[in-house]
Design a protein around this ligand. Structure first.
Ligand SMILES: Cc1cc2nc3c(=O)[nH]c(=O)nc-3n(C[C@H](O)[C@H](O)[C@H](O)COP(=O)(O)O)c2cc1C
Length: 219
């Protein structure tokens, strides 16, 4: 006989967006989708994803159209697909391959273009929670500087950055692909464990903030 709890399926309360910041659908793409699946299975959240693979996303030109007009970005390209996803999600996992010890130029270009949203609404991303997932070909190839770049972006844009906690996931998810694409990520058990701990923290912090907001809007 079923009890009420057997048949109760709770609707997802928050949405986690994963952005794969590689021009390829390999290690980073696999890693971010793996953690989104984990987030949905373990925490019952809704997930959304976006990949920069084969996307046309130009550099910010600092024309200041967005600041003057407050109508978004003057450049018409694939950022139009990403903007609404960024705005709709409660929490983001920004994933990047490590390039020269930093995030990829592709992801940096997309993040710079976010200025256009914040120019029309300074609080566009306020209180969203953000975590980084950086995938290097080397074990210590610059994952942490790349994670710090993402943490800086979150702070600058009024978001709440999280890592996965000490003893393994300090600044977020640092993954080692050995330049072997998805197979390398799958073999990096420590990197995946750190990624899962980062997701645990991301979801916990997002729910705490939503509960606090429901109890009364912060001033
Ligand atoms: C331009 C470029 C620069 C790179 N620089 C680094 C680096 O500084 N440190 C590192 O560990 N790996 C570096 N790599 C290797 C990639 O980070 C690694 O292969 C990663 O897994 C690629 O992710 P993807 O398969 O999602 O594209 C670099 C790769 C490229 C193409």
């Amino acid at each position: 006989m079923s009890t009420p709890s057997d048949s109760t399926v709770l609707a997802p309360d928050i949405t986690v967006l994963g952005v794969a910041g590689s021009p390829r659908r390999r290690a980073t793409h696999y890693a971010v989708n793996e953690v989104l699946e984990y987030a949905a299975d373990k925490h019952g959240v809704a997930v959304d994803s976006y990949s920069l693979h084969r996307k046309d996303i130009g550099f910010c030109r600092h024309c200041d159209y967005c600041v003057r007009k407050q109508q978004g970005c003057i450049i018409e390209d694939d950022m139009a697909e990403l903007y609404p996803k960024l705005l709709a999600a409660d929490a983001w996992i920004l994933a990047s391959p490590v390039y020269q010890g930093q995030i990829s130029g592709q992801l940096k270009a997309a993040l710079d273009r976010c200025r256009a949203l914040v120019a029309s609404d300074q609080h566009a991303f306020r209180d969203k929670v953000g975590a980084g997932l950086c995938v290097g070909g080397d074990r210590s190839g610059g994952q942490e500087p790349a994670l710090l770049a993402l943490i800086g972006f979150f702070i600058i844009n009024e978001m709440v950055p999280v890592g996965g906690g000490s003893f393994g996931a300090n600044l977020g998810a640092a993954v080692w692909s050995r330049d072997k694409g998805a197979a390398g990520v799958k073999a990096d058990e420590e990197g995946l464990a750190a990624s899962h701990r980062t997701v645990d923290r991301l979801v916990r912090m997002t729910r705490l903030l939503r509960a606090a907001a429901a109890g009364g809007e912060a001033r």
